[in-house]
Structure formats: structure tokens, C-alpha cells
Design a protein around this ligand. Structure first.
Ligand code: AP5
Ligand code: MG
Length: 260
């Protein structure tokens, strides 16, 4: 594999100056569906496990999983106007313009299932998007967001991205190295043939990681300065990362609120 740009530390954002989770949060994880969780933002590099974890959070708390990447890919595959505008940008591994993504998000947040809370996966990923989101959430006068940064080091990200496969029907995510399906190449849940994302090619991965470094890493500081940032170690097994995230969510409402 061609050498990709190295930016030590930045990818493992969970470990770079993020507020550690207080021990008071290490209480028992409660059953989630009766908790008013409010907005949750998952920050992390491409391949950090945002999609894997967001699905588990959404299921546990009964809230919608809002992935801007999934919404964009759906638009690309349906050939909508938005999809046509986004396709080439995504295939280069660059970010889609803020105004397009923001208007997609505002539409989704306006749906009734988002009232009790929601988890954002892949949004915001520029400071301009974060500022726009702050304005939106302030206007709704709900809870402030809990921001969870999932830290994974660079070499691990590469293996995760090149090994990722997913089910085109139910969206379940696998990895040929770390979470292989029971039967090679097919989804455990529905038996459909697994696919590889177009942007998981080596040269596109390289640009995605550069975009992340340049445009998204500044959000770690942005949210840390607001006192909202909680870090989890994304290199643990999926279930352990999940348990850390549940604890962050259930203690995080207080942590976020103290700095308002
Ligand atoms: P998006 O779809 O958001 O992609 P991404 O941020 O690059 O993140 P990924 O989906 O690649 O990784 P992930 O963190 O979800 O990891 P996953 O759980 O799959 O965005 C795609 C594109 O859309 C962007 O490049 C951009 O063009 C555009 N876009 C999207 N949002 C935008 C925005 N807000 N603004 C502008 N443009 C936007 O896991 C990865 C692999 O690791 C899997 O194989 C999984 O099985 C494995 N894995 C997960 N957890 C673990 C674990 N704990 N241990 C071992 N393996 C694990
Ligand atoms: Mg994803």
C-alpha cells in the first residue's frame, strides 16, 4: 500500500486533550428507551467506527441515526439533484459543500422522530457546520449536544477502511479482518452479497484522511472549548467501545450542562 500522509496524534482524537470521562459516569448502563438523551454528536476519523457505534446507540435509545454520508450515498444511488452534485466530490474523498449538507440535516431534524434525541454520525465536520448546528439547536431550546470523540490511531484506520464491507440492504457493517460475516461475502442477517464502498479505495482513503485532518480535527478544539467533549478509546472491541459511549451519554448530559 502507498504511504499515506502521517499526522501523529490527530487521528486518535479520543486521546488528544479530550476531557476524560469522570468516574461518576461509570455507573450501570440504564435501559435506554425512556431516557431523553437529546442531541449526540459522534466525532472521529474515517474508519473510527462512527457508523458501527451510531447504529448501536440508535437501537439502544430508540432514537434516529442520522448519517450524512448514508444520506448522501442514498441520493447518489437514486440519482437525485443532490446526489448528482455530491457524487464527484465524494469519489475524490473531499467534503461536500456546507450549505448542501446543512440543508439535508435541517430537513432530517425537522422530522418528529428527532424530538427525544438523535445521533449525528459524520456531521458536523467543519467549524462552519458546527456553528450552523449550534444556531439550529439553540433555536430549538432543547438540550445542548453531547459530543463524543472516538479515537483510533492511523494504521488501524487504514486496515479498517480497506477491510470494510457492508450490506446494501440493511446497512450492517462488517470487516474482513476484525468482524467477518459468518459466511464469507454475505450478510449474516439477510444473506445479501456484501459490497465495498467506492471511497474505500486506497487513493480516495488518502484524501479522506487529509480532509479529516484539515477540516474536521479543528472541531475537537471547538467542542473542548465549549466543555462538551468526551473521549472514548475506539480501538477497544466494538462492545467495549459501545459500553463507554453509553456511559458517556448517560453521564454526559450533566458534563455538557455544567459549561452552559
Ligand atoms: P461518511 O460516510 O461519514 O464516511 P467517513 O467519515 O469517512 O467515515 P466512515 O463511514 O468511513 O467510517 P466510520 O467511522 O463510520 O466507521 P465504520 O463504523 O464504518 O462520509 C463519506 C463522504 O460523504 C465524505 O468523504 C464526504 O465526501 C461526504 N460527507 C459526509 N458527511 C459530510 C459532511 N458533514 N460534510 C461534508 N461532506 C460530507 O467502521 C469502519 C470499519 O471498522 C468497519 O469495517 C467496521 O466493521 C470496523 N470497526 C468498527 N469498530 C471497530 C472496532 N471497535 N474494532 C475493530 N473494527 C471495528
Ligand atoms: Mg460511516
Amino acid at each position: 500500500m502507498r504511504a499515506l500522509p502521517r499526522a501523529a496524534g490527530a487521528f486518535a482524537a479520543g486521546g488528544c486533550g479530550v476531557k476524560p470521562m469522570p468516574s461518576s459516569m461509570a455507573n450501570e448502563v440504564m435501559s435506554g428507551r425512556n431516557i431523553a438523551v437529546g442531541p449526540i454528536i459522534l466525532l472521529g476519523a474515517p474508519g473510527a467506527g462512527k457508523g458501527t457505534q451510531a447504529k448501536l446507540v440508535a437501537e439502544h435509545y430508540g432514537i434516529p441515526h442520522i448519517s450524512t454520508g448514508d444520506i448522501l450515498r442514498d441520493n447518489v444511488s437514486r440519482g437525485t439533484q443532490l446526489g448528482k452534485q455530491a457524487k464527484a466530490v465524494m469519489e475524490r474523498g473531499e467534503l461536500v459543500p456546507d450549505d448542501l449538507v446543512n440543508s439535508m440535516v435541517v430537513d432530517r431534524l425537522g422530522q418528529p422522530d428527532s424530538r427525544r434525541g438523535f445521533i449525528l454520525d459524520g456531521f458536523p465536520r467543519t467549524v462552519a457546520q458546527a456553528e450552523w448546528l449550534d444556531g439550529e439547536l439553540n433555536g430549538r431550546q432543547g438540550r445542548p449536544p453531547i459530543v463524543i470523540s472516538v479515537g483510533v490511531r492511523y494504521n488501524q484506520l487504514l486496515q479498517r477502511l480497506t477491510g470494510r464491507r457492508s450490506c446494501p440492504v440493511d446497512g450492517k457493517i462488517y470487516n474482513i479482518y476484525f468482524q467477518p460475516p459468518q459466511k464469507e461475502g454475505v450478510c449474516d442477517l439477510c444473506g445479501t452479497a456484501l459490497v465495498q464502498r467506492k471511497d474505500d479505495k486506497e487513493e480516495v482513503i488518502s484524501e479522506r484522511l487529509r480532509s479529516y485532518q484539515r477540516q474536521t480535527v479543528p472541531l475537537v478544539d471547538y467542542y473542548r472549548q465549549q466543555g462538551r467533549l468526551l473521549g472514548v478509546n475506539g480501538e477497544l472491541p466494538v462492545e467495549q467501545v459501545m459500553a463507554e459511549i453509553f456511559r458517556a451519554i448517560e453521564g454526559g448530559a450533566t458534563a455538557a450542562g455544567t459549561n452552559d
